[in-house]
Design a protein around this ligand. Structure first.
Ligand SMILES: CC(C)(COP(=O)(O)OP(=O)(O)OC[C@H]1O[C@@H](n2cnc3c(N)ncnc32)[C@H](O)[C@@H]1OP(=O)(O)O)[C@@H](O)C(=O)NCCC(=O)NCCS
Length: 170
């Protein structure tokens, strides 16, 4: 566990650093999330060790968006999206801290439930979420499609199961 870990909200000047650490210099996805944050649709949380961004989580305020059925069932949920920790820092509790920070922020906004989608083949990530109290949403596997915010307009499709969690003490 990293005592010196700090979790903050993304600022414009962080985008270059995030691109360098996470995306081989491509700013696309980070700039996209920052723009949405500025529009009030999400909060882009960044985990820092000193000056190094080591993890990120895009906390969305308008429910799950990637498929119609998710929009129908998860509209009132805060959605935890884009959860990534740099590979050399994994399994040290950073993902858990990012998720806890997101849940606390959601509670403070009055959300009663949080949700997230996980690729059906990502058993390790799913087991982490289940240990943190997330449970199958009960509507099966969905094909989640979104436009990657790169300059090519690439579409990305995954088989996803959504998990949800009640946020107590809201
Ligand atoms: C999933 C992830 C964000 C968790 O962050 P973390 O800092 O490693 O999480 P914690 O240290 O709090 O918890 C560790 C747990 O995360 C999961 N995990 C660790 N490495 C993982 C990996 N490469 N892929 C998926 N899950 C992983 C495991 O359940 C692990 O528990 P274990 O160490 O007992 O096996 C991180 O591992 C990661 O970025 N994985 C690759 C991207 C990914 O799969 N993102 C999730 C998309 S829904």
């Amino acid at each position: 566990m990293h005592d010196e870990l700090r979790i903050g909200i993304c600022s414009e000047r962080d985008i270059v650093l995030l691109a360098r650490q996470f995306s081989s210099g491509d700013r696309g996805v980070h700039a996209f999330r920052y723009t949405r944050q500025q529009d009030g649709r999400s909060t882009y949380l960044i985990a820092w060790l000193g000056e190094v961004p080591v993890g990120h989580l895009d906390l969305r305020w308008q429910g799950a968006e990637e498929s119609l059925i998710a929009q129908q069932h998860l509209a009132e949920h805060a959605e935890l999206n884009g959860i990534v920790v740099l590979s050399e820092y994994r399994s040290q509790g950073i993902g858990r801290r990012l998720i806890a920070a997101a849940e606390q922020m959601a509670r403070e906004r009055g959300f009663r439930e949080a949700c997230l989608g996980v690729n059906i083949e990502n058993a390790r990530a799913r087991s982490l979420y289940e240990r943190l109290g997330y449970r199958d949403w009960g509507h099966g596997v969905v094909e989640a499609t979104w436009l990657l915010p790169d300059e090519h307009g690439t579409r990305h499709t995954e088989q996803v199961i959504y998990l949800r969690k009640e946020l107590d003490n809201w």
